[in-house]
Design a protein around this ligand. Structure first.
Ligand code: NAI
Length: 339
Protein backbone atom coordinates (compact mmCIF):
# COMPACT_ATOMS: atom_id res chain seq x y z
CA UNK A 1 0.00 0.00 0.00
CA UNK A 2 1.44 3.39 -1.00
CA UNK A 3 2.01 5.62 2.04
CA UNK A 4 0.08 8.89 1.87
CA UNK A 5 2.02 11.73 3.50
CA UNK A 6 -0.16 14.28 5.23
CA UNK A 7 0.46 17.70 6.78
CA UNK A 8 -2.13 18.93 9.28
CA UNK A 9 -2.84 22.52 10.35
CA UNK A 10 -4.45 23.49 13.66
CA UNK A 11 -3.64 21.55 16.83
CA UNK A 12 -6.55 22.69 18.99
CA UNK A 13 -9.47 20.63 20.30
CA UNK A 14 -10.19 18.76 17.09
CA UNK A 15 -6.84 19.32 15.37
CA UNK A 16 -5.07 17.22 18.00
CA UNK A 17 -7.65 14.42 17.58
CA UNK A 18 -7.15 14.37 13.80
CA UNK A 19 -3.35 14.54 14.17
CA UNK A 20 -3.35 11.61 16.59
CA UNK A 21 -5.69 9.58 14.39
CA UNK A 22 -3.59 10.28 11.28
CA UNK A 23 -0.39 9.30 13.12
CA UNK A 24 -1.70 6.17 14.80
CA UNK A 25 -5.01 4.88 13.43
CA UNK A 26 -5.06 5.34 9.67
CA UNK A 27 -3.32 2.49 7.80
CA UNK A 28 -0.99 3.62 5.01
CA UNK A 29 -0.88 7.20 6.27
CA UNK A 30 2.11 9.10 7.64
CA UNK A 31 1.55 12.33 9.55
CA UNK A 32 4.66 13.91 8.04
CA UNK A 33 4.09 17.54 9.09
CA UNK A 34 2.09 19.66 11.52
CA UNK A 35 1.50 23.40 11.75
CA UNK A 36 0.05 25.76 14.34
CA UNK A 37 0.77 29.40 15.20
CA UNK A 38 1.42 28.20 18.76
CA UNK A 39 5.07 27.06 18.51
CA UNK A 40 5.03 25.32 21.91
CA UNK A 41 1.98 23.27 20.95
CA UNK A 42 3.69 22.23 17.68
CA UNK A 43 6.78 21.10 19.59
CA UNK A 44 4.74 19.19 22.16
CA UNK A 45 2.57 17.35 19.61
CA UNK A 46 5.54 16.62 17.31
CA UNK A 47 7.41 15.01 20.20
CA UNK A 48 4.39 12.96 21.28
CA UNK A 49 3.47 11.72 17.81
CA UNK A 50 6.96 11.60 16.26
CA UNK A 51 6.20 14.10 13.48
CA UNK A 52 9.37 14.96 11.51
CA UNK A 53 8.43 18.36 10.01
CA UNK A 54 7.04 21.24 12.06
CA UNK A 55 5.80 24.68 11.05
CA UNK A 56 4.22 27.83 12.45
CA UNK A 57 3.55 29.18 8.94
CA UNK A 58 0.91 27.37 6.87
CA UNK A 59 2.26 28.25 3.43
CA UNK A 60 5.74 27.04 4.41
CA UNK A 61 4.23 23.65 5.25
CA UNK A 62 2.40 23.56 1.91
CA UNK A 63 5.71 24.13 0.11
CA UNK A 64 7.05 20.83 1.45
CA UNK A 65 7.32 18.64 -1.70
CA UNK A 66 7.09 15.42 0.35
CA UNK A 67 3.46 16.07 1.31
CA UNK A 68 0.61 14.59 -0.74
CA UNK A 69 -2.24 16.14 1.22
CA UNK A 70 -3.18 18.79 3.74
CA UNK A 71 -5.73 18.43 6.54
CA UNK A 72 -7.22 21.78 7.64
CA UNK A 73 -8.42 21.98 11.25
CA UNK A 74 -7.77 25.67 11.84
CA UNK A 75 -10.39 28.26 12.90
CA UNK A 76 -13.31 28.33 10.46
CA UNK A 77 -12.62 31.81 9.02
CA UNK A 78 -9.25 30.54 7.69
CA UNK A 79 -10.57 27.46 5.87
CA UNK A 80 -11.18 28.90 2.40
CA UNK A 81 -7.93 30.85 2.18
CA UNK A 82 -5.98 27.79 3.35
CA UNK A 83 -7.74 25.57 0.78
CA UNK A 84 -6.51 27.98 -1.90
CA UNK A 85 -2.93 28.05 -0.61
CA UNK A 86 -2.78 24.25 -0.29
CA UNK A 87 -4.23 23.59 -3.76
CA UNK A 88 -1.99 26.21 -5.37
CA UNK A 89 0.89 24.14 -4.00
CA UNK A 90 -0.59 20.99 -5.58
CA UNK A 91 -1.93 19.35 -2.41
CA UNK A 92 -5.10 17.31 -1.97
CA UNK A 93 -7.24 18.82 0.79
CA UNK A 94 -9.42 17.63 3.63
CA UNK A 95 -11.10 20.59 5.32
CA UNK A 96 -13.09 20.67 8.53
CA UNK A 97 -16.60 22.06 8.55
CA UNK A 98 -17.87 24.69 8.01
CA UNK A 99 -16.48 25.27 4.52
CA UNK A 100 -16.46 29.02 5.14
CA UNK A 101 -18.01 31.56 7.46
CA UNK A 102 -19.77 33.42 4.66
CA UNK A 103 -21.19 32.45 1.30
CA UNK A 104 -18.71 34.58 -0.72
CA UNK A 105 -15.81 32.60 0.80
CA UNK A 106 -17.53 29.32 -0.12
CA UNK A 107 -18.11 30.42 -3.72
CA UNK A 108 -14.44 31.45 -3.98
CA UNK A 109 -13.44 28.00 -2.65
CA UNK A 110 -15.62 26.36 -5.33
CA UNK A 111 -13.66 28.26 -8.01
CA UNK A 112 -10.31 27.18 -6.51
CA UNK A 113 -11.40 23.53 -6.42
CA UNK A 114 -12.82 23.71 -9.97
CA UNK A 115 -9.46 25.12 -11.11
CA UNK A 116 -7.71 22.00 -9.74
CA UNK A 117 -9.75 19.08 -11.12
CA UNK A 118 -6.82 16.72 -10.53
CA UNK A 119 -6.87 17.35 -6.77
CA UNK A 120 -9.16 15.67 -4.24
CA UNK A 121 -11.25 17.70 -1.85
CA UNK A 122 -13.22 16.31 1.09
CA UNK A 123 -15.22 18.16 3.72
CA UNK A 124 -15.45 17.18 7.39
CA UNK A 125 -19.07 16.06 7.72
CA UNK A 126 -18.02 13.06 9.80
CA UNK A 127 -21.55 12.04 10.83
CA UNK A 128 -21.89 10.50 7.37
CA UNK A 129 -19.11 8.07 8.37
CA UNK A 130 -20.84 6.99 11.59
CA UNK A 131 -22.17 3.42 11.24
CA UNK A 132 -25.71 4.26 12.42
CA UNK A 133 -26.08 7.30 10.14
CA UNK A 134 -24.58 5.42 7.18
CA UNK A 135 -27.03 2.53 7.77
CA UNK A 136 -29.97 4.97 7.96
CA UNK A 137 -28.90 6.45 4.62
CA UNK A 138 -28.65 2.96 3.03
CA UNK A 139 -32.18 2.13 4.24
CA UNK A 140 -33.58 5.42 2.91
CA UNK A 141 -31.88 4.92 -0.48
CA UNK A 142 -33.30 1.39 -0.53
CA UNK A 143 -36.81 2.83 -0.13
CA UNK A 144 -37.36 1.08 3.23
CA UNK A 145 -39.24 4.02 4.81
CA UNK A 146 -40.83 5.38 1.65
CA UNK A 147 -40.54 9.10 0.98
CA UNK A 148 -38.75 11.12 3.65
CA UNK A 149 -41.23 13.60 5.11
CA UNK A 150 -39.42 15.06 8.14
CA UNK A 151 -35.95 14.98 9.69
CA UNK A 152 -35.57 16.11 13.28
CA UNK A 153 -32.03 16.55 14.55
CA UNK A 154 -30.63 17.69 17.90
CA UNK A 155 -27.00 18.62 18.56
CA UNK A 156 -26.15 19.25 22.19
CA UNK A 157 -22.69 19.72 23.62
CA UNK A 158 -22.17 18.93 27.29
CA UNK A 159 -22.19 21.56 30.01
CA UNK A 160 -18.89 20.10 31.27
CA UNK A 161 -16.99 21.50 28.22
CA UNK A 162 -18.61 24.95 28.35
CA UNK A 163 -15.34 26.76 29.20
CA UNK A 164 -13.56 25.70 26.03
CA UNK A 165 -16.80 26.28 24.07
CA UNK A 166 -16.95 29.88 25.28
CA UNK A 167 -13.31 30.45 24.31
CA UNK A 168 -14.00 29.06 20.85
CA UNK A 169 -17.30 31.01 20.42
CA UNK A 170 -15.94 34.31 18.98
CA UNK A 171 -14.32 32.61 15.97
CA UNK A 172 -16.88 29.80 15.56
CA UNK A 173 -19.21 31.64 13.15
CA UNK A 174 -22.13 31.23 15.60
CA UNK A 175 -24.43 28.33 16.53
CA UNK A 176 -25.96 27.88 13.09
CA UNK A 177 -22.64 27.81 11.23
CA UNK A 178 -20.78 25.91 13.91
CA UNK A 179 -23.30 23.38 15.24
CA UNK A 180 -26.35 23.28 12.94
CA UNK A 181 -24.25 22.72 9.81
CA UNK A 182 -24.07 19.05 10.79
CA UNK A 183 -27.87 18.85 11.09
CA UNK A 184 -28.41 20.77 7.85
CA UNK A 185 -25.99 18.39 6.12
CA UNK A 186 -27.94 15.39 7.44
CA UNK A 187 -31.30 16.87 6.45
CA UNK A 188 -30.06 17.52 2.87
CA UNK A 189 -28.46 14.07 2.72
CA UNK A 190 -31.50 12.17 4.03
CA UNK A 191 -34.14 14.13 2.08
CA UNK A 192 -32.02 14.26 -1.10
CA UNK A 193 -33.12 17.85 -1.53
CA UNK A 194 -31.91 21.42 -1.09
CA UNK A 195 -33.09 23.91 1.48
CA UNK A 196 -35.79 26.32 0.27
CA UNK A 197 -36.93 28.34 3.33
CA UNK A 198 -35.62 28.73 6.87
CA UNK A 199 -37.10 30.13 10.06
CA UNK A 200 -34.73 30.28 13.01
CA UNK A 201 -35.45 31.21 16.60
CA UNK A 202 -33.50 31.08 19.81
CA UNK A 203 -32.21 33.12 22.69
CA UNK A 204 -29.61 33.67 25.36
CA UNK A 205 -30.81 31.76 28.40
CA UNK A 206 -27.59 31.64 30.39
CA UNK A 207 -24.34 32.88 28.82
CA UNK A 208 -24.22 36.65 28.18
CA UNK A 209 -21.19 36.29 25.89
CA UNK A 210 -23.60 35.10 23.21
CA UNK A 211 -25.52 38.41 23.50
CA UNK A 212 -22.28 40.27 22.72
CA UNK A 213 -21.79 37.99 19.71
CA UNK A 214 -25.39 38.56 18.51
CA UNK A 215 -25.86 34.81 18.86
CA UNK A 216 -27.95 32.38 20.95
CA UNK A 217 -26.92 29.77 23.51
CA UNK A 218 -30.06 27.78 22.67
CA UNK A 219 -31.07 27.86 19.01
CA UNK A 220 -33.60 26.12 16.79
CA UNK A 221 -34.66 26.25 13.16
CA UNK A 222 -37.42 24.87 11.01
CA UNK A 223 -36.55 24.39 7.38
CA UNK A 224 -38.50 23.53 4.27
CA UNK A 225 -36.81 21.63 1.48
CA UNK A 226 -37.26 22.14 -2.28
CA UNK A 227 -39.10 18.78 -2.50
CA UNK A 228 -41.50 19.75 0.30
CA UNK A 229 -39.84 17.70 3.07
CA UNK A 230 -39.45 19.36 6.47
CA UNK A 231 -36.54 19.67 8.86
CA UNK A 232 -36.30 20.71 12.46
CA UNK A 233 -33.10 21.22 14.42
CA UNK A 234 -32.19 22.27 17.91
CA UNK A 235 -28.79 23.01 19.40
CA UNK A 236 -27.31 24.07 22.70
CA UNK A 237 -24.10 23.80 24.70
CA UNK A 238 -25.40 22.75 28.08
CA UNK A 239 -26.63 19.18 27.92
CA UNK A 240 -26.34 17.83 31.45
CA UNK A 241 -25.44 14.21 30.72
CA UNK A 242 -22.74 14.55 28.05
CA UNK A 243 -22.72 14.82 24.25
CA UNK A 244 -26.20 14.26 22.81
CA UNK A 245 -26.93 13.99 19.12
CA UNK A 246 -30.19 12.41 18.10
CA UNK A 247 -31.90 12.26 14.76
CA UNK A 248 -35.31 10.99 13.68
CA UNK A 249 -36.29 10.44 10.07
CA UNK A 250 -40.00 10.08 9.41
CA UNK A 251 -40.96 8.56 6.07
CA UNK A 252 -44.28 7.66 4.45
CA UNK A 253 -43.68 3.96 5.29
CA UNK A 254 -41.59 4.03 8.43
CA UNK A 255 -39.42 5.91 10.89
CA UNK A 256 -35.72 5.63 11.64
CA UNK A 257 -34.30 6.89 14.92
CA UNK A 258 -30.66 7.35 15.72
CA UNK A 259 -31.28 8.29 19.28
CA UNK A 260 -29.71 7.59 22.59
CA UNK A 261 -26.35 6.80 20.95
CA UNK A 262 -25.10 8.99 23.76
CA UNK A 263 -24.82 5.77 25.77
CA UNK A 264 -21.09 5.11 25.83
CA UNK A 265 -21.31 1.34 26.38
CA UNK A 266 -23.67 -1.36 27.66
CA UNK A 267 -22.90 -0.67 31.32
CA UNK A 268 -25.92 -0.13 33.54
CA UNK A 269 -25.20 1.69 36.80
CA UNK A 270 -27.58 1.33 39.70
CA UNK A 271 -26.86 3.63 42.64
CA UNK A 272 -28.45 6.34 44.79
CA UNK A 273 -29.45 8.22 41.59
CA UNK A 274 -31.42 5.22 40.27
CA UNK A 275 -30.63 3.12 37.20
CA UNK A 276 -28.69 4.79 34.39
CA UNK A 277 -26.20 4.52 31.51
CA UNK A 278 -23.30 6.96 31.10
CA UNK A 279 -23.25 9.22 28.04
CA UNK A 280 -20.21 9.90 25.92
CA UNK A 281 -18.60 12.78 27.82
CA UNK A 282 -17.91 14.94 24.73
CA UNK A 283 -18.22 15.08 20.94
CA UNK A 284 -14.69 13.78 20.54
CA UNK A 285 -15.43 10.42 22.14
CA UNK A 286 -18.93 10.18 20.56
CA UNK A 287 -17.54 10.60 17.04
CA UNK A 288 -14.07 9.07 17.45
CA UNK A 289 -14.73 6.17 15.07
CA UNK A 290 -16.33 8.49 12.50
CA UNK A 291 -13.33 10.87 12.68
CA UNK A 292 -11.01 7.92 11.97
CA UNK A 293 -13.29 6.56 9.21
CA UNK A 294 -13.41 9.89 7.36
CA UNK A 295 -9.59 10.06 7.35
CA UNK A 296 -9.34 6.44 6.15
CA UNK A 297 -11.72 7.43 3.33
CA UNK A 298 -9.81 10.63 2.51
CA UNK A 299 -6.36 9.03 2.40
CA UNK A 300 -7.90 6.17 0.39
CA UNK A 301 -9.17 8.68 -2.19
CA UNK A 302 -5.72 10.28 -2.36
CA UNK A 303 -4.03 6.89 -2.80
CA UNK A 304 -6.53 5.60 -5.39
CA UNK A 305 -7.06 8.98 -7.11
CA UNK A 306 -10.84 8.80 -6.67
CA UNK A 307 -13.21 11.54 -5.52
CA UNK A 308 -15.82 11.41 -2.75
CA UNK A 309 -19.01 10.85 -4.76
CA UNK A 310 -21.55 12.75 -2.70
CA UNK A 311 -19.55 14.95 -0.35
CA UNK A 312 -18.39 17.84 -2.48
CA UNK A 313 -17.51 21.50 -2.07
CA UNK A 314 -21.03 22.27 -3.37
CA UNK A 315 -22.50 20.48 -0.34
CA UNK A 316 -20.29 22.69 1.80
CA UNK A 317 -21.57 25.84 0.10
CA UNK A 318 -25.23 24.76 0.22
CA UNK A 319 -24.97 23.90 3.92
CA UNK A 320 -23.13 27.13 4.79
CA UNK A 321 -25.64 29.14 2.75
CA UNK A 322 -28.56 27.60 4.67
CA UNK A 323 -26.78 28.05 8.01
CA UNK A 324 -26.04 31.67 7.18
CA UNK A 325 -29.69 32.26 6.25
CA UNK A 326 -30.68 30.70 9.61
CA UNK A 327 -28.41 33.23 11.32
CA UNK A 328 -30.07 36.08 9.41
CA UNK A 329 -33.52 34.66 10.17
CA UNK A 330 -32.60 34.48 13.88
CA UNK A 331 -31.38 38.08 13.79
CA UNK A 332 -34.40 39.47 11.92
CA UNK A 333 -37.13 37.16 13.24
CA UNK A 334 -38.29 36.50 9.67
CA UNK A 335 -38.78 33.31 7.68
CA UNK A 336 -36.34 33.63 4.77
CA UNK A 337 -35.97 31.97 1.39
CA UNK A 338 -32.50 30.70 0.59
CA UNK A 339 -32.36 32.81 -2.55
P1 NAI B 1 -9.45 25.46 18.46
O1 NAI B 1 -9.67 26.91 18.69
O2 NAI B 1 -9.42 24.54 19.64
O3 NAI B 1 -8.08 25.24 17.67
C1 NAI B 1 -7.65 26.02 16.60
C2 NAI B 1 -6.13 25.88 16.47
O4 NAI B 1 -5.73 26.54 15.28
C3 NAI B 1 -5.38 26.51 17.64
O5 NAI B 1 -4.41 25.60 18.12
C4 NAI B 1 -4.74 27.74 17.02
O6 NAI B 1 -3.51 28.10 17.62
C5 NAI B 1 -4.54 27.30 15.58
N1 NAI B 1 -4.43 28.41 14.62
C6 NAI B 1 -5.07 29.61 14.63
N2 NAI B 1 -4.69 30.36 13.58
C7 NAI B 1 -3.80 29.62 12.87
C8 NAI B 1 -3.05 29.86 11.68
N3 NAI B 1 -3.16 31.00 11.01
N4 NAI B 1 -2.21 28.89 11.26
C9 NAI B 1 -2.07 27.74 11.96
N5 NAI B 1 -2.75 27.46 13.09
C10 NAI B 1 -3.62 28.38 13.54
O7 NAI B 1 -10.56 25.00 17.41
P2 NAI B 1 -11.16 23.52 17.17
O8 NAI B 1 -12.27 23.27 18.08
O9 NAI B 1 -10.07 22.52 17.10
O10 NAI B 1 -11.82 23.74 15.73
C11 NAI B 1 -11.04 23.80 14.56
C12 NAI B 1 -11.95 23.60 13.35
O11 NAI B 1 -12.55 22.32 13.44
C13 NAI B 1 -13.11 24.61 13.27
O12 NAI B 1 -13.28 24.98 11.94
C14 NAI B 1 -14.31 23.85 13.78
O13 NAI B 1 -15.53 24.28 13.17
C15 NAI B 1 -13.97 22.43 13.36
N6 NAI B 1 -14.58 21.45 14.26
C16 NAI B 1 -15.33 20.45 13.70
C17 NAI B 1 -15.96 19.53 14.51
C18 NAI B 1 -16.76 18.45 13.91
O14 NAI B 1 -17.66 17.95 14.58
N7 NAI B 1 -16.49 18.04 12.68
C19 NAI B 1 -15.86 19.59 15.98
C20 NAI B 1 -14.99 20.64 16.45
C21 NAI B 1 -14.39 21.53 15.61
Amino acid sequence: MKTVKVGSVGLGRLGYEHAKNLATQVPGCELAAICDVDANRVKEVAAELGVPNTYTDFEEMCKNPELDAIVIVSPSFLHCQQIEIAMNHGKHVFCEKPLGTDVAQCKAAEKVIEAHPDLIFQLGFMRRFDKSYAEAKRKIDNGDIGKVVLVRSYTQDPRSTIESTLKFAPHSGGQYLDMCVHDIDLIRWFTGSDVKNVWAIGGVFEFDLYKELNDADNAAATIQMENGAMGFMFTNRTHAAGSNVETEIIGTHGTLRIANVGAKNLLNIVDEHGSREEYYPDFMSRWHEAFVAEMVAFTGHVRDNTKPADLTVYDGTAVSEAAYRCKESFETGKMLPIR
